[in-house]
Ligand binder design. Structure first.
Ligand SMILES: Nc1ncnc2c1ncn2[C@@H]1O[C@H](COP(=O)(O)OP(=O)(O)OP(=O)(O)O)[C@@H](O)[C@H]1O
Length: 311
């Protein structure tokens, strides 16, 4: 048995030419391993190739070349086992309007060949908070309820890996919290590996142990969330002066000064080059009395912008 939930080697996807547009290489030889039991974030700007990658994992899109192993099963050699190891909550609300939540879960379980005695329909309905709506037609459910039903459908065959494609795009805070609570529980209590894409970088920073950033069909960074953030060397010291402060400062090399609209003084510097003490000393040397000091650390958003902007 392998300790990787997913192993991808040299994965390429070329979409055939359509109309006036030529063929599109959406994935350009991606290598990626995702450890078992992790909550793994797949981030990237629009059109980077995230959905293509997820669709290939889910067996919904056919790769052009490369190797994909899911829970140790090669997609090409053991398609059934590799499919059974993964459950996908898609981005679109693609539900049959005439199915009830109970019916939709039962049909999905049937598609995956889960025997009736092993189905956990009631338990899943309870978990996604739809027990009371179990017999309502999908078309009468709110957007949030439909999304929860999609999560339920992804879980009917009790997969080892759960993939969530933009699960919280456009959902309200209550639903977002409910989704994350469920996801954390599945990860902690059942050891389920979670792979998610999200446009909310704060959310990825909070939820994910590890992250891969994809841009133009290539993985441009892959590390633990903490390591990715610590790669950013920038730091800002924000000082609230008591009384007047000069318009310019004599500062150590590389430190950038900006006076904020609210009168606070912001000094940005590289941690590797300058220490906070040196900045503070330089400010005090110029007669400023320091009322309050705050430091601002970089976050995932800074890393993401740095890696993907203009590249
Ligand atoms: N069925 C298709 N036919 C042709 N080109 C496609 C198809 N699906 C996606 N593409 C192209 O492949 C590239 C990658 O698209 P993909 O949907 O995988 O990106 P994404 O990272 O998921 O973006 P988003 O965050 O907007 O969903 C894009 O340039 C897209 O236009």
């Amino acid at each position: 048995m392998t300790s990787s939930a997913i192993e991808i080697e040299g994965l390429r996807k070329i979409y055939a030419a359509q109309g006036n547009s030529g063929p599109k290489e959406a994935l350009k030889g991606v290598d990626l391993t995702i450890p078992q039991g992790s909550i793994f974030g797949l981030l990237g700007p629009n059109g980077a190739g995230k959905s293509t990658l997820i669709n290939i994992l889910a067996g919904l899109a056919i790769k052009t070349s490369g190797k994909v192993k899911i829970w140790g099963f090669d997609q090409d050699v053991n398609p059934r086992q590799s499919r059974a190891a993964i459950g996908v909550m898609p981005q679109e609300l693609n539900l049959d309007p005439f199915f009830t939540p109970r019916g939709a879960l039962e049909v999905q379980a049937g598609l995956y060949g889960v025997p009736k005695a092993q189905r956990r329909t009631a338990e899943i309905l309870e978990m996604i908070g739809l027990s009371d709506q179990a017999e309502a037609y999908a078309r009468t459910l709110s957007g949030g309820m439909r999304r929860r039903l999609l999560l339920g459908k992804a879980l009917v065959h009790n997969p080892q890996i759960l993939v969530l494609d933009e699960p919280t795009a456009g959902v309200d805070i209550g639903l977002r919290q409910m989704l994350w609570q469920n996801v954390r529980r599945l990860n902690e209590e059942r050891g389920m590996t979670i792979i998610l894409t999200t446009h909310y970088l704060e959310e990825a920073q909070e939820m994910c142990d590890e992250i891969a950033i994809i841009n133009h069909g290539e993985v441009i960074a892959r590390d633990t969330t903490a390591n990715l953030i610590s790669r950013m060397d920038a730091k800002t010291l924000v000082i609230e002066p008591e009384g007047d402060a000069p318009d310019a400062f004599n500062l150590p090399k590389g430190v950038v000064f900006e006076r904020r609209k609210d009168g606070r003084l912001a000094f940005s510097y590289s941690k590797g080059q300058t220490s906070a003490n040196e900045v503070l000393d330089a400010v005090k040397d110029q007669g400023v009395i320091i009322g309050d000091v705050q430091t601002v650390e970089p976050d995932l958003e800074d890393v993401f912008v740095d890696l993907t902007s203009g590249k």
